[in-house]
Design a protein around this ligand. Structure first.
Ligand code: BES
Ligand code: MN
Ligand code: ZN
Length: 519
């Protein structure tokens, strides 16, 4: 992955030589937009001509004059980007109420617009002048813009080798933030935004890899490398050990495959031990459906069925860099789901790690089978204070929520609320669905403890009902990202393919974790 340098300066923005100098302007009713005084004259003129109001995403491009008595900016080009009516500081303007999450996302979108503008003019080095002080602290402002720029600048061209030209634009190489006040806070915000955005980009990279490019072995190798770089504890449970431990779920799903399964584990503990959060992510590197084979059309998208695993692993990259106050353990049950001659059959009965037996009615409901073993094992081994699993688990969640919310199901209101808040602040909203005994009844089996499908009705919830058999009483939440892991809400900083969803939500959850809350 390319690394973009992100720095901060307190020098005047227009004294720095750069491909593009960016200013941000907020819209004000019937008045010239509010912006830095360095560009006020141009913005006023454009406003009077009716060319620029400062609306969200609106752009005013110009070039410093070549001659002229006055000192000209050192930048090659100047862009004034509209933010819309987000931060009104003028007294004449009635305060438009925007919550923190909305302002954050507007700033991320602005970052995305900047990245898109850079691509158009092939700008590699840019400097961004922070907007005039508004409703958000400079730290958060810098964090969100950084995120937006880096997420919006993302591209995956690894396999475009023959058609790639030397002159092709490969993205921004250096971003500088100019601020003459609160430089220390700005620097901190930039660092946080950079860590979370690059982690989300790492998750997108993993997701982009096809089924033959990202197998359980690649999950293990990435985790091992992270452990080495950041001093985390790495462990990988291989097939033989799974057999010994009785992990019948992941073994059954892997039965028809030529590639061995792996349960990949990373652990981070702070120096002073506090609470531990367990994150479990579905790592199905390709889901053919198995013997209950999926239809051919669109099956190639099932290479994305490992996005939950990618999210928790990428979150661990950020954890490794940031070293938070709480402990974090991530587990990725990783395998593909293939219909080979030795594959698990509909009707087969399996024994999970915690001895619960399950009748496999449909081999395409494989995510819950591998998560079950990972949850039971993780809870028993690491005794965490809370558990969150994340998975592209059901097509049903797309029917229910479309591509704009991930599904959330939890046995703990406090954990659910923290996750909802973290998701909202990260621009990755969650919608909670219920779970009670009536849904659990749908997966009762005549021949085993449970069965792996619960009928057409409430498919997302019955999948969670299956998982609930493996978490006991511990605070637990399940995120279904089948609708949001790719084809997520179109935004300037969310590309068409994999979105990297979950990574920034987890990071926000960890950063804002309040010890003792789940007790
Ligand atoms: N990976 C799929 C879920 C999925 C579907 C994700 C579409 C993204 C887009 C999962 O393993 C699956 O096949 N689920 C089945 C469950 C059914 C057999 C109960 C589904 O949703 O159809
Ligand atoms: Mn499936
Ligand atoms: Zn699947």
């Amino acid at each position: 992955m390319k690394t973009t340098r992100v720095t901060t300066t307190d020098k005047p923005a227009d004294s720095v030589e750069t491909d593009l100098l960016v200013y941000l302007a907020t819209q004000i009713n019937n008045k010239a937009p509010q912006c830095d005084k360095a560009v006020m004259a141009q913005v006023k003129k454009a406003f009077e001509l009716g060319d620029f109001k400062g609306k969200e995403g609106e752009q005013l491009f110009y070039y410093p004059a070549v001659t002229g008595g006055e000192k000209q900016p050192a930048a090659k080009r100047i862009l004034v980007l509209g933010l819309g009516k987000i931060e009104t500081t003028s007294k004449a303007e009635p305060k438009t109420k925007n919550d923190e999450a909305t302002v954050c996302d507007t700033l991320r979108e602005a970052g995305g617009h900047i990245a898109k503008a850079c691509e158009k003019i092939k700008a590699r080095k840019i400097i961004i002048c922070l907007p005039p002080r508004g409703t958000l602290a400079p730290e958060k402002t810098a964090e969100c813009i950084t995120e937006g720029v880096l997420l919006g600048d993302y591209r995956f061209a690894k396999y475009k080798q023959v058609t790639r030209k030397k002159t092709d634009y490969t993205g921004i190489t250096a971003v500088k933030f100019a601020s003459n006040t609160a430089v220390k806070s700005v620097r901190k915000g930039v660092a946080q935004g950079r860590i979370s955005a690059l982690a989300a980009c790492a998750a997108r990279d993993m997701a982009h890899e096809p089924g033959n490019g990202w197998t359980s072995a690649e999950f293990a190798a990435f985790a091992k490398a992270l452990a080495k770089t950041h001093g985390l504890t790495y462990r990988c449970i291989e097939k033989k050990e799974m057999e010994k431990l009785g992990m019948g779920g992941i073994l059954a799903v892997n039965q028809g495959s030529a590639i061995p399964p792996r349960m990949v584990i990373l652990e981070y503990q702070p120096e002073k031990k506090t609470e531990t959060l367990l994150l479990v992510g579905k790592g199905v590197t390709f889901d053919s459906g198995g013997i209950s084979l999926k239809p051919g059309a669109g099956m190639e998208e099932m290479k994305y069925d490992m996005c939950g695993g990618a999210a928790v692993l990428a979150a661990m990259q950020a954890v490794g860099e940031e070293k938070p106050k709480i402990g974090v353990v991530t587990i990725i049950p990783a395998t593909d789901n293939m219909p080979g001659g030795t594959a698990v059959r509909p009707g087969d009965i399996i024994h999970h790690y915690n001895k619960v037996t399950a009748e496999i009615v449909n081999t395409d409901a494989e995510g819950r089978m591998i998560l079950a073993d990972a949850l039971a094992y993780g809870i028993k081994t690491y005794t965490p204070d809370g558990v969150v699993d994340v998975a592209t688990l059901t097509g049903a969640v797309i029917i229910g929520l479309g591509h704009h919310f991930s599904g959330l199901i939890s046995n703990n209101d406090s954990l659910a609320r923290s996750l909802e808040a973290a998701g909202k602040l990260s621009g990755e909203p969650l919608w909670r669905l219920p779970l009670n005994k009536h849904y659990k009844k749908q997966i009762e089996s005549k021949v085993a403890d449970i069965k792996n499908i619960g009928g057409k009705a409430g498919g997302t919830i019955t999948a969670a009902a299956y998982l609930s058999n493996f978490v006991g009483k511990i605070p637990w939440a399940h995120l279904d990202i089948a609708g949001t892991a790719w084809d997520f809400t179109k935004k300037s900083y969310i590309p068409k393919g994999p979105s990297g969803i979950g990574v920034r939500t987890f990071l926000t959850l960890i950063r804002n974790w309040e010890t003792g809350k789940l007790k």
